[in-house]
Design a protein around this ligand. Structure first.
Ligand code: NAD
Length: 417
């Protein structure tokens, strides 16, 4: 029987998580097609990735007053993302996974996120060190009960507020460990989740804009523990389109003067991003991609706004206005409107990243997985934001691995023996 892979989701009853879990089970049982999954493309077939039916889910969640089934029912009855037939078919799956969802921490997450917590959460009674111990114990227990050798921890929790100054202890692993022992100030949940995951011997995926493992101390830890990880902030909608289109202007020597992006969304993610501190974590540096692709000239004006519009629910709407100059200084305009279903764009990418991270892990890769850059708005260790160059890098990775597949199989067999 194929070996199971644990997927431990932080923010396990959120919209993206619920769609990812539902999608994995639906595709594995032949109840839905693999549309939207990058790993469903024939380009990635040579890797022989873990099957969706081999994924075992668990996680941490701040909202204890809701079950996974209720989260799925909300997505069925509200924005209509999950069909009644699918939610009905997965009832027992939701109940079984719920038993593996544990109370979470909202340490350093600010008031807007803390308000989500109903019932018990961790940090009211605990220090950061004890929180980490509890997070690790939850993952270890999950591993033991399901006899899992490998677990990928995925951060799908709400976007944490942006902090201009980071705690000094993030600068090295030694300082971080010392700070934990001495009762550190200014630590945030996302970093603790990543630390707990890596210390538990798990690979990590950070789909959120929150820091996660993207601090020197944790980059060091991942290498020390020989674990792969990737992030940050899934590239699902407006930024995806932007980083696909911007190279066209550059390749035609058209000078972009302004690129203004206006986003509206109405789901819980949108409500959290309505808080300016949380919004800053998402929008800060969002023009980095355009400046890298189009050239960082002072004339280029870019801005990204995200507003909360409750009636839209999960149907995010983005309007982009591109003012550009062509031959003999002629000014022209391009506009597009993107109306994407936020969670359904994100959910398959989460499953893709789990599969690719697991694959890299099995191949003995450690540290930041640069070849996953095309999945992220702010890819760690990235050389470019240009979607096409990122996509090419992923294809080259696949080709290089396909070429040495027979040798790898030999090694794996030898290791097992
Ligand atoms: P959501 O609000 O539906 O889900 C987040 C879940 O995390 C909620 O259930 C919440 O209770 C829980 N949570 C919040 N803080 C937590 C904590 N500290 N520990 C454990 N659980 C916690 O949001 P979503 O739409 O599912 O988005 C999830 C994340 O993915 C957000 O950070 C979002 O910015 C990011 N993201 C989403 C997309 C997309 O297209 N949907 C794209 C890129 C990034």
């Amino acid at each position: 029987m194929a070996e199971a892979l644990g997927v431990w989701i932080v923010g396990a009853r959120g919209a993206v998580s619920t769609c990812a879990i539902s999608g994995a089970r639906a595709v594995a049982r032949g109840l839905a097609a693999a549309t939207g999954l990058v790993t469903g493309l024939s380009d990635l077939e040579p890797l022989g990735l873990v099957g969706l039916g081999q994924l075992v889910f668990g996680g941490h969640e701040l909202r204890s007053g809701i079950t996974l089934l209720q989260a799925a029912e909300e997505l069925r009855d509200g924005p209509g993302l999950l069909s009644a037939a699918l939610v009905g078919a997965l009832k027992e799956d939701y109940a079984e996974i719920d038993r593996d969802i544990r109370p979470a921490t909202a340490l350093g997450c600010g008031e807007t996120i803390r308000r989500l917590a109903q019932g018990s959460k961790l940090e009211d009674a605990l220090t950061a060190k004890l929180i980490v111990e509890q997070l690790k114990a939850d993952i270890t227990d999950f591993k033991r009960r399901h006899e899992l050798r490998r677990v990928v921890v995925v951060n799908l929790a709400s976007t944490e507020p942006y902090h201009e100054t980071l705690p000094a202890c993030y600068q090295s692993l030694k300082a971080f460990r010392k700070a934990l022992d001495n009762g550190a100030e200014g630590l945030t949940a996302g970093v603790l989740y990543a630390y707990g995951a890596l210390e538990s011997g798990c690979a990590c995926v950070n789909f959120t804009p929150s820091l996660g493992a993207d601090v020197p101390a944790l980059l060091e830890l991942a290498v020390e523990r020989g674990l792969p990880h990737c992030g940050k902030d899934g590239k699902t909608g407006e930024t995806l389109v932007k980083t696909v289109l911007a190279p066209m202007f550059a390749a035609r020597n058209l000078k972009v003067l302004s690129w203004e992006g206006y986003n509206m969304l109405g789901n819980r993610d949108g409500a959290i991003l309505d808080d300016p501190a949380n919004n800053a974590a998402k929008t800060r540096g969002k023009d980095k991609a355009l400046r890298e692709i189009l050239g960082d000239t002072p004339e280029l004006h870019t801005r990204v706004r995200i507003d909360y519009c409750p009636s839209l629910d999960d149907w995010k709407t983005a309007w982009d206005f591109v003012h550009f100059q062509g031959f003999l200084g002629t000014k022209m305009i391009m506009q597009f409107i993107w109306q994407g279903c936020d969670s359904m764009l994100a959910a398959p990418l989460v499953l893709d990243l789990v599969r690719l991270t697991d694959y890299a892990w099995r191949c003995g890769e450690t540290g930041v997985l640069k070849h996953t850059a095309c999945f992220f708005k702010n890819p760690m260790g990235a050389e470019t934001h240009d979607f096409w160059r990122q996509w090419e890098a992923l294809k080259q990775y696949v080709q290089a691995h396909a070429a040495c597949a027979p040798q790898r199989q030999k090694h794996t067999k030898a290791r097992r023996a």
